[in-house]
Each structure stands twice: as structure tokens, then as C-alpha cells.
Design a protein around this ligand. Structure first.
Ligand code: ARG
Length: 564
């Protein structure tokens, strides 16, 4: 909560106008000469039956004594403009950040509330491709921000580990691969045989029959079938862990689709008992025509359950296990209808918590080279994208700073960070066309730009060294300094807004704003060559920026190199 607005709203008193209304009317002027906060009095004219000019004038006369940090109020053309004491504000904010360090912005407001976050949710035996990037990093970042705000976040990787593709894979494996090859080449081999299967199945329809038979064996618990199924799962998970490590992603549960195999019957029974299950040409559906949606298919005519059936079972399981406050599904917008249907069915079942289930949808990532298809083998592996970004970072770093030690490590942080940042900088729902040049631009609104500003802060702090004099905070009470301080002060609110709207991009955008503001300050004001008290205040500002950048980046899953 912005406490300065709160202070203003409580000292301003107008008959018949609530504090809430005032809070909504107080603005932050774009031009600093109109104050730090302003109340436009136009909307009050009708209630108070006075002109805005008169209202502002009278109020300014009444407010003879202002509470800190406010130091001045002016009535100008129907506006009531408030000025804060920049020195006092800087002292308060910079001292707080210096004391709390990376704990700045941490809170307990979420205590006792569980948030389930279903993210990444990869499909076994299918490559971890660029399409998974958004769900993985958006979910991963929300997870960290919720934790920082004191919530009990539960990261769930709802693995796509069930379905007829496993039958196909067994057929393909038996025909064209071996365990040695699989162990050695991992996912590449799985993808290779999967692609080969689809090519050959076009001319040989018996393959699909064999695949169906093998899948049936998995369902029936046949030893050999299960062994291979588990092998595919193990290989996929082992490989994907490497990518998760680079992206700083972790999960509390890997309960995926297969986990719900024995948990669907109770759902079917409950649907039946509540009269929601309708027969439709041998299949069982929940009719959603009143809600203007196509029916939700629950059991196919051949008795097979579906993706939606598993999601219903999963939702019930999560509620029973975690008693969530909210349950988020970070999944591409292509599945909008699916989640609307699932949530609606839960609602029809009388689950009042259906309203706490949220589809956190996001747009598509594409490369300049166009669309992908796993079946045809046209995939862009996430690992390759990361590697290429790291490679390019190494080139840029080597060129900019040839003497830098540990260039490889730095390049890993910069390259991977740039890819993550590019996703988390956009509104979720926007489609992204990925370009290496854009995400690695050190002067753009990018990860490297933020990391670079942080490294600049660290270098300033190293030059200043130990400095124990009492800071003179008026040294940051200038336009550039005030801009930095007011951004720093906003950080806790930004985190709250990010989870309120499920938009980690608020953090990324905030960091870019903070870096721009600090770089402006750095350009205009000297630091290291100033007298001690001034130097100290400006170093504290620099340190606060550094602390907040590092913490902000951490919440995005990005490392901050000390030097670049
Ligand atoms: N594995 C699915 C896919 O790749 C995403 C699963 C999302 N989570 C869920 N509970 N449906 O499309």
C-alpha cells in the first residue's frame, strides 16, 4: 500500500467524501513542479457545491501543519499539490533497504495461504522446446514472488505422462533403437524414433494397431511395457533437469496425468450422482450449452478418460491435499476453452472453490524461422536457444571487456538471463517473436542492460569502499535522486501488483525503469569524488539500487554477475 497516499487521504477531509474515494482521486503528477502528489478537485465540485478553485484554496488554507514527509501544499487552478521532503524520504527508504538487504519487500501477508502453481508441465518423451519457455519461467517467477510475500507456494509439474504416444514409442523403440542408444543419446534419440514412427506410419497402418496394443499393455500393467514406459519417463526427466537448473526452476510435485489414473472413478461417480453426466453416442459428457460452451467430454465411447477428466481429478486432489487459497494453471491461451470447461464443471459440481482456480494464460513464442511440429521433427529445443544465447553473450563480453575473468560463467548468466528476461518483460498474453539480437542488446530494455547496471553499481561501491561518516541525504534530494528513491520505495507494491495480476512482467519493467533512473542519476551526479557525507548518501542510493536489482532478478530466476 502506498502509505503517502494513505496519509494524504486521512488528513484531507471533505463532507460526504470517503477516504476510499479520495485515495482513488489522488494522482502522481508527471511534472515534478506540480508536486509529488496531487488532488484534482474537479470531481468534488458537485458534492461540495463549490468551484474546484475554491475547494483547493480552502483546503490549502486549512492544512497549515502537514505530517512528515510532507513539507508543502499549494493550490493551483483547482489542484491541490503536495510536496514531500525528499531528504527525509531518501533517509527513510535508503536506511530501510540498507538494514533489510535482500529481505526488503519480503512480507508475511500470505502466511497460511497455499497457492498451487501448475507450470512447465512438460510432456514425457517429447522435447523440451521453446514453447515451454513461457510457462516455465512465468510460473517459476510467480512461485518465487508468492514465496517472498509469505505464501506457501506449491510448484506442480503436471507431467503429460499418459496417452497413446507411449504405445507408439514402444513400437518405434523396438524396431529402430536400443537401450544403449537411448541411454547415450537421451531425448534426441526419443525424438528421432518418434519422428520416424510418424513417417513410417503414413505408409504402414499396422504400426498404429501395434501401438494401440502396447498402450493397452501399459494400462494393464504388463511388466515389459511398464519398464519401457518408465525408462522413457526417467530419460526425459533426467534431461529436463539440466534445463531447469539453468533456469533456476524447481517443483514440489511431479504428479502428472498418470498419477490420476486411479483417482478418476470418484469424479465420475460424483458427476453421475449429481446428475451431470450425460450419454452422448456412447460417450459421457457434461453438457455446457447453457454456458455457451461445447460439452466437456469426460469418457470416450471406448471407455478411455481424457485430459479434462484428469484435470478434474487433479483439481479435487489439489484442494484436498493443499487446501489452496488459489490454484493457478500457467498454460498457453490455446487451452482457454479447456480450462473454462473444467472450471465450469467444478462449479456445477458445487465446488465453491472453483472460483479460486485461475488459468494464467500466455501467448506464443516463435522464432524468426516459423512454426514447429514435434511429429515432423521441426523443433526448436530450448537447450539450443540457451546455448546459442550464451555463445553470443560470450562474443559480446569478450569484445567489450577482453580482460574479464570467468568469462564463460558470466556469459552463462548473461545469455540465459537474457532469454528469461525477454519472456518476463512482456505482458503474458502477448505473442513474442524471439530474436537473439534484441534480447542481447546491452542498451535495450533487456536482461543484460539490467545486469550491466547492477555491475556498474557494484563497481561504484567498490570505489567508495568503507565509508562510515553520517550520510547527507540532501545529496540525493534532486530530480534524478528523487526519481530513484520513489522507484525503490515502490518495489514492495510492485511485487504485490505482480501476483494480483499474475504478471511477473511488472517486476521486469520495474527493473528497467529503476536502471534507467539510476543511470540518469549516475550521469548527472558525481559520487566517488564528492566529500564524504555526500559520497556516503549517494553510495547508499547505489547500494539500494544494487540490492533491489539483484533481488528483482532473483525473483525472475536470473543471476547477477558482479562484473561484466
Ligand atoms: N502437458 C500439457 C501440454 O503440454 C500442459 C498441462 C497443463 N496443466 C494441466 N493441469 N492441464 O499441453
Amino acid at each position: 500500500m502506498n502509505d503517502k497516499k494513505q496519509i494524504l487521504a486521512s488528513i484531507l477531509q471533505f463532507d460526504g467524501v470517503s477516504k476510499q474515494e479520495l485515495l482513488e482521486m489522488i494522482t502522481v503528477p508527471t511534472d515534478a513542479k506540480n508536486g509529488d502528489y496531487s488532488l484534482p478537485c474537479f470531481r468534488l465540485a458537485k458534492t461540495l457545491r463549490k468551484s474546484p478553485v475554491q475547494i483547493a484554496g480552502d483546503a490549502a488554507d486549512r492544512l497549515t501543519c502537514l505530517p512528515p514527509p510532507f513539507k508543502k501544499v499549494e493550490a493551483v487552478n483547482g489542484y491541490l499539490n503536495f510536496f514531500v521532503d525528499g531528504t527525509l524520504c531518501a533517509e527513510k527508504v535508503l536506511t530501510e533497504i540498507s538494514e533489510k538487504g535482500s529481505e526488503y519487500g519480503t512480507s508475511k501477508e500470505g502466511e497460511g495461504k497455499a497457492i498451487c502453481i501448475d507450470y512447465s508441465s512438460i510432456n514425457i518423451a517429447k522435447p523440451f522446446h521453446i514453447g515451454h519457455l513461457c510457462t516455465t519461467v512465468i510460473g517459476g517467477s510467480l512461485y518465487k514472488i508468492y514465496q517472498k510475500l509469505g505464501y506457501n507456494a506449491i510448484g506442480i509439474n503436471h507431467l503429460g505422462d499418459w496417452g497413446t504416444q507411449f504405445g507408439k514409442l514402444i513400437v518405434a523403440f523396438k524396431k529402430w533403437s536400443s537401450e544403449e542408444e537411448l541411454q547415450e543419446k537421451g531425448m534426441t534419440e526419443l525424438t528421432r524414433i518418434y519422428v520416424q514412427y510418424h513417417t513410417e506410419a503414413e505408409s504402414d497402418p499396422t504400426l498404429d494397431d501395434q501401438a494401440r496394443a502396447w498402450f493397452k499393455k501399459i494400462e494393464d500393467g504388463d511388466k515389459e511395457a511398464l519398464r519401457l514406459y518408465n525408462l522413457f519417463k526417467e530419460i526425459t526427466l533426467r534431461e529436463v533437469q539440466k534445463t531447469y537448473k539453468r533456469l533456476k526452476i524447481s517443483f514440489d510435485s511431479y504428479n502428472g496425468e498418470a498419477f490420476y489414473n486411479d483417482k478418476m472413478q470418484p469424479v465420475l461417480d460424483e458427476l453421475e450422482q449429481k446428475g451431470l453426466l450425460v450419454e452422448d453416442r456412447g460417450a459421457k459428457i457434461v453438457d455446457l450449452s447453457e454456458e455457451g460452451m461445447p460439452p466437456c467430454l469426460i469418457v470416450k465411447a471406448d471407455g478411455a478418460t481424457l485430459y479434462a477428466t484428469r484435470d478434474l481429478a487433479a483439481a479435487l486432489y489439489r484442494k484436498a491435499t493443499y487446501d489452496f487459497y488459489k490454484s493457478l494453471y500457467v498454460v498457453a491461451y490455446q487451452q482457454n476453452l479447456h480450462f473454462r470447461q473444467v472450471f465450469k464443471v467444478l462449479e456445477k459440481m458445487g465446488k465453491d472453490w472453483a472460483k479460486d482456480c485461475v488459468h494464467v494464460a500466455f501467448g506464443m513464442v516463435s522464432m524468426e524461422s516459423g512454426a514447429m511440429s514435434t511429429r515432423k521433427g521441426k523443433v526448436i529445443y530450448l537447450e539450443d536457444v540457451l546455448n546459442k544465447a550464451v555463445e553470443r553473450s560470450l562474443e559480446i563480453i569478450t569484445e567489450k571487456n577482453p580482460d574479464l575473468e570467468s568469462k564463460e560463467q558470466t556469459a552463462e548468466m548473461v545469455g540465459v538471463g537474457a532469454v528469461i528476461f525477454s519472456v518476463l518483460y512482456n505482458n503474458r498474453i502477448k505473442d513474442i517473436v524471439f530474436s537473439y539480437d534484441k534480447v542481447l542488446n546491452f542498451d535495450g530494455e533487456t536482461g543484460p542492460y539490467v545486469q550491466y547496471t547492477n555491475a556498474r553499481c557494484i563497481s561504484v561501491l567498490n570505489k567508495v569502499g568503507e565509508c562510515t561518516v553520517k550520510p547527507d541525504f540532501s545529496a540525493v534530494d534532486n530530480d534524478e535522486g528523487k526519481a530513484v528513491v520513489s522507484l525503490l520505495e515502490r518495489f514492495p507494491d510492485v511485487l504485490r501488483e505482480a501476483v494480483d495480476k499474475y504478471e511477473p512482467c511488472f517486476v521486469g519493467r520495474f527493473l528497467v525503469d529503476l536502471c534507467k533512473a539510476y543511470n540518469r542519476f549516475y550521469l548527472v551526479h558525481r559520487i566517488t569524488s564528492e566529500p564524504d557525507a555526500i559520497k556516503k548518501a549517494r553510495a547508499m542510493l547505489t547500494d539500494a539500487v544494487h540490492i533491489v536489482i539483484e533481488e528483482g532478478l532473483r525473483l525472475m530466476g536470473i543471476d547477477a554477475p558482479k562484473k561484466m
